[in-house]
Design a protein around this ligand. Structure first.
Ligand code: ZN
Length: 473
């Protein structure tokens, strides 16, 4: 089954062919920790986690880097408002972001921070200056000269130069209103670092060009972020990186996640409708929330509604119930072949196939979710009454595949493996105790018996062997 992705660059669906398969390099723009993580961030990060997980399921090995912008105007302003050190602002809200990642089972391979890469950033800027793409202004700030890069606007599709205007507050010292800062000269009282152009700090866009290439190389397979980053952030990243590396395209596939809206409106401070992740997770639980965040196409807006979340919660409960029933039944089931169930098997296969088809077509999570509903319905309607072990095994295998993307059933589906390990360990201890008894070291063998009892495991000594049972608590 081929995999297609919608590339913002060129705005078309393309066959997914990474530069160096099976490796896939992925860079996504991370948070600026100056406030609590809200459910809009949670959506973007969950979508990329699920995309990565699906690629892994399809046999790719994904290396995922997501930065933390730990120095920025917003952080400095927040520290000033709260009269505290900017580092403590970063620390508090980074912890909140990390809590969100772990609640949603989001795995990131590497989390580079800007302030750990100041010298890399300076070297990158020096080279852009020497190649003629950047210039030093009177204040000691360095700007990227947009006129020097011929493909500007290709990602966002903004062809009118008027639309390129940015960072108007520096218009007096910039060569053109389109230029953007690579390095910002320090203002009094602001955190700053030494550079060849005087003390200052990096601009926002340069960090992603530097840290992505440092860890992923000069060509990247997937670069992603929220749709609000297309312009100017990602447009500027392309200009910087392609100018630096002379490679085109620097990024093969650009993926952007659409907005999370609250009753049809964009979340914003002025509308007072921002929902912090930590409030949402208290109300709905992380599993149902994760499922809901993956309930629509990532390129469509996802609207926050009680109804949508209740539906996701219902599906979550059904999936967990079905997973528990299947694993419980599999523990006891014997190989059987019931020919009449061949019809259920073909229905199961069709559901599994359509789930894969949805995700293979530009990661259509919205459509994929309908396969999950069909799966649970089929279970309650037919599989629960089937005597066939083959059907159970196939249903289990499908659930394991689904869960590799949704990650909400790990504790149930992985239990049989944990139980097996536990049994092997108890057998080993019992065997060692038998050896101690044979050597008449009774104090130690009794110690083992008594302590296993405390753990709910009762030993039954027979003349030639010892058996063990679990005591029901
Ligand atoms: Zn970025």
């Amino acid at each position: 089954m081929y995999l297609y992705v919608f590339n913002t660059l060129g705005r078309r669906r393309e066959l997914f062919t990474p530069n160096d398969p099976p490796l896939v390099t992925m860079y996504t723009c991370g948070p600026t920790p100056y406030d609590y993580t809200h459910i809009g961030h949670a959506r973007t990060f969950t979508v990329f986690d699920a995309i990565k997980r699906y690629l892994n399921l399809r046999g790719y090995s994904v290396f995922h880097v997501q930065n933390i912008t730990d120095i920025d105007d917003k952080i400095i302003n927040r520290a000033r408002e709260e009269s505290r050190d900017w580092r403590s602002v970063v620390e508090d809200y980074t912890r909140d972001y990390m809590d969100m990642l772990s609640a949603l089972s989001i795995r990131i391979d590497l989390h580079p921070r800007v302030t750990d890469h100041i010298s890399d950033i300076i070297r990158f800027i020096e080279r852009l200056i020497s190649k003629g793409y950047a210039y030093v202004a009177e204040s000691g700030s360095v700007y990227f000269n947009v006129e020097s890069y011929s493909d500007y606007g290709k990602l966002s599709g903004l062809t009118s130069r008027e639309a390129w205007r940015q960072e108007e507050e520096f218009i007096r010292e910039k060569k053109s209103p389109y230029d953007f800062a690579l390095w910002k000269a320090a203002k009094p009282g602001e955190p700053s670092w030494d550079s060849p152009w005087g003390r200052g700090r990096p601009g926002w866009h340069i960090e992603c060009s530097v840290m992505s290439s440092k860890y992923l190389g000069s060509r990247i397979d997937i670069h992603g972020g929220g749709v609000d980053l297309v312009f100017p952030h990602h447009e500027n990243e392309i200009a910087q990186s392609e100018a630096y590396f002379n490679t085109k395209p620097w990024v093969k596939y650009w993926l952007h996640v659409s907005y999370l809206t609250i009753r049809g409106e964009k979340m914003s401070k002025s509308l007072h409708n921002i929902i912090p992740f930590r409030d949402a997770v208290k109300e709905w639980g992380s599993g149902a929330l994760r499922l809901w965040l993956l309930s629509s196409h990532y390129r469509s807006n996802l609207d926050y509604s009680e109804q949508g979340l209740e539906q996701a919660s219902r599906l979550y409960e059904r999936l967990r119930d079905v997973a528990s029933r299947i694993t419980r039944r599999l523990e006891k089931s014997e190989p059987t072949h019931v020919l009449k169930d061949i019809d259920i098997l073909s229905k199961l296969k069709a559901i599994n196939k359509s789930w894969h088809e949805s995700l293979s077509n530009d990661f259509n999570f919205g459509l994929a979710m309908s396969s999950l509903w069909e799966f649970t319905s089929l279970y309650y309607r037919e599989i629960d009454y089937s005597e066939s072990q083959t059907i159970l095994l196939y249903a289990y295998k499908s659930l394991v595949e689904f869960n590799r993307v949704y990650a909400i059933l790990d504790d149930i589906l992985e239990k049989p493996k944990a139980t097996r390990l536990e049994e092997d360990l108890v057998n080993l201890i019992v065997q060692v105790r038998g050896e101690l008894r044979a050597r008449k070291i009774y104090d130690l063998s009794d110690f083992i018996r008594d302590n296993l009892r405390k753990l709910g495991i009762k030993l039954l000594d027979y003349r030639d062997r010892t058996e063990w049972v679990r005591e029901e608590s």
